[in-house]
Design a protein around this ligand. Structure first.
Ligand code: RTP
Length: 155
């Protein structure tokens, strides 16, 4: 079967410090993996406050910006790049609404989080932010291109 060109779409996903501390890494990774998305980069990092401010630069006028950046830089984060057809939009669907009080059951935040300031995961919200965030968090050589055996059944 021919590999689908759109299957090379990529998004940036991060498990925030609360998700790591609560032991939810494998739970979150497995949801993306079982769906059929492909992990092409992963690392554990403690971002500096300045790095967190870069990541959230779009939100710098918001009242919660400082607390949010303190939180993101408070401990280890799992930074990942996931690849697959429609992964940017569908990744957001797997994650659920920003406020866990409004996320549907069955979504990551709906099932595993309670308040907006501790919503355990981040996912890029569009193609441009996905590109910018992948570039911010990863060097090009940290991304791995490979064909997984399941692809011929997925696409
Ligand atoms: P994310 O970027 O983390 O995936 O979240 P999002 O797009 O769903 O939400 P966004 O509006 O970009 O907000 C980014 C993160 O800021 C925190 N937040 N706190 N009222 C608050 O205290 C508040 N509002 C947003 C959340 O952690 C949210 O994920």
């Amino acid at each position: 079967q021919e590999a689908h060109a759109a299957a090379t779409e990529r998004t940036f996903i991060a498990i925030k410090p609360d998700g790591v501390q609560r032991g939810l890494i494998s739970e979150i990774v497995s949801r993306f993996e079982r769906k059929g998305f492909k992990l092409v980069a992963i690392k554990i990092v403690v971002p500096s406050k300045g790095f967190a401010e870069k990541h959230y630069h779009d939100l710098k006028e918001r009242p919660f910006f400082n607390g949010l950046c303190d939180f993101l830089s408070s401990g280890p984060v799992i930074a990942m790049v996931w690849e697959g057809e429609g992964v940017i939009k569908y990744g957001r669907k797997l994650i659920g609404a920003t406020d866990p009080q409004k996320s549907e059951p069955g979504t990551i935040r709906g099932d595993l989080a309670v308040v907006v300031g501790r919503n355990i995961i981040h996912g890029s919200d569009g193609p441009e932010t996905a590109k910018d965030e992948i570039d911010l968090w990863f060097k090009p050589e940290e991304l791995v291109s490979y064909t997984s055996n399941s692809e011929k059944w997925l696409y």
